[in-house]
Design a protein around this ligand. Structure first.
Ligand code: HEM
Length: 179
């Protein structure tokens, strides 16, 4: 997992819960990096999982909710860092339908070692999109947060349903209807 995901995560934790919480979750985790991340580095996903587990335990907020809020923050980071990728689109459904064959392809050119999910489109209309998320990281709530912000970015909103195809969240069906 790319370092930018860790640095932005710890910044948000500091912002919302204070520096003591950042130190606490780093100390409670068994981290090969010792909790020192650079934006361009690459680190094991298990480090993110441990940080999330300890933050969840210490705050009483579920990992799904933490990932949702974190993704909403991360969207702004992506929009600031890669404006050219988003400017190409003028519609949220069009943008979401292009993650797999454009956006994440460009991401892979920037970070050849990025660990990205796949999105398989099952059905698409002007106002709706049904796709299957697949990733061993089961970050479907992170995807949901990015989708919410994609609609907000275009001054739009949507009703988004998640249906787990695999109980562990490694395969999830997203049904998206523009409001
Ligand atoms: C992960 C880039 C839009 C879904 C990532 C990562 C980057 C990235 C850098 C981390 C990869 C790693 O840690 O190795 C971008 C950029 C975008 C964009 C630049 C737009 C400009 C989206 C959107 C979605 C999405 C709109 C909507 C669902 C995800 C998910 C992950 C991810 C779910 C987590 C990894 C996983 O589930 O396996 N993306 N992304 N991305 N992205 Fe995107």
């Amino acid at each position: 997992m790319k370092g930018i995901v860790f640095t932005e995560f710890l910044d948000l934790v500091e912002d919302k819960f204070g520096l003591e919480m950042v130190d606490k979750i780093i100390n409670e985790s068994d981290l090969e990096s010792n909790g020192a991340y650079t934006a361009v580095g690459t680190y094991s996903f298990s480090e993110m999982l441990q940080l999330l587990q300890h933050l969840s335990k210490n705050t009483g907020i579920s990992i799904d909710d933490l990932l949702l809020v974190y993704a909403e923050h991360f969207f702004a980071v992506l929009a600031d860092s890669y404006p050219g990728l988003i400017e190409k689109y003028n519609d949220p459904i069009e943008m979401l339908a292009s993650i797999e064959n454009h956006i994440h392809i460009e991401v892979r050119k920037i970070y050849p070692d990025a660990e990205l999910p796949t999105f398989e489109i099952l059905e698409r209309t002007d106002n709706s999109l049904i796709m299957i998320y697949k990733s061993s990281r089961a970050m479907h709530y992170f995807g949901l947060g990015l989708m919410n912000k994609t609609f907000e970015h275009f001054n739009s909103s949507a009703t988004i349903d998640l249906e787990k195809i695999k109980e562990d969240g490694t395969e999830v069906k997203f049904t998206i209807h523009k409001n």
